[in-house]
Each structure stands twice: as C-alpha cells, then as structure tokens.
Design a protein around this ligand. Structure first.
Ligand SMILES: [Cu+2]
Length: 113
C-alpha cells in the first residue's frame, strides 16, 4: 500500500471546502445568517434616511412578524454596509430584518430596481 498517495488525496479533499469558499466574491454571499434570513419574510419599507458610513438606514416599515415588531419608523443596521450605496431616501423597498445579538439588522434587501 502507498500511504503517501492516500495522505495526499485526503489533504486535497480537506482543502476543497476552503477552495470553493475562497472562489466566491464574499460581498453578497448570504452564508452567515442564511438560516435565520431564509425563514424571515420580506416586509415593506420606505427608506427615510441613509448613513452609508455607519452602514445604517432609517426605514418606515410594516409589521415584521419574525421579530414580533409592529409598523414603525426606526434605524436598522445593514448586514452588508455596501447596500447603503444602493438605497435612496424616499425609495420603497422590500426587506427582511432579524435580531442578531440585540441589534436589528437588515438581512436581506430586495430593491425596487
Ligand atoms: Cu421597528
């Protein structure tokens, strides 16, 4: 038996997940909060104000059932701060929100464009 060959094969297999992950751009890959975001429904919102530097956005939103929140206007943190550049004040959006470590985060954004 040639064990070095087997060892090399196992090493190559072990590296595969990292290789495929590294191939993704990463900016839009919903890997970290995928489990909770998948169950969070899209809700309607109206963008009131954007703070791109802080990655925060003020949204007048409809009820968000997955976190038991009634309609209101409030500040959310964007899961991906680059989304701030896609948003405009006065824009109607559909988004998903979730509570992560006591912070309310926009986990998914479906722009109107
Ligand atoms: Cu709210």
């Amino acid at each position: 038996m040639k064990h070095p060959l087997l060892a090399a094969l196992l090493a190559a297999l072990a590296l595969l997940p990292f290789a495929s992950r590294a191939a993704q751009p990463g900016s839009s890959a919903p890997t970290t909060v995928a489990s909770s975001a998948a169950s969070a429904p899209l809700v309607d919102g109206l963008v009131k104000k954007i703070d791109p530097a802080a990655g925060r956005v003020t949204i007048a939103h409809g009820p968000i059932p997955n976190i038991g929140m009634p309609a209101m206007t409030m500040v959310f943190k964007l899961k991906d701060p680059s989304w701030g550049a896609r948003l405009k004040a006065g824009e109607q959006i559909r988004f998903s929100a979730d509570e992560v470590n006591g912070q309310l985060i926009v986990t998914r954004l479906e722009g109107s464009r």
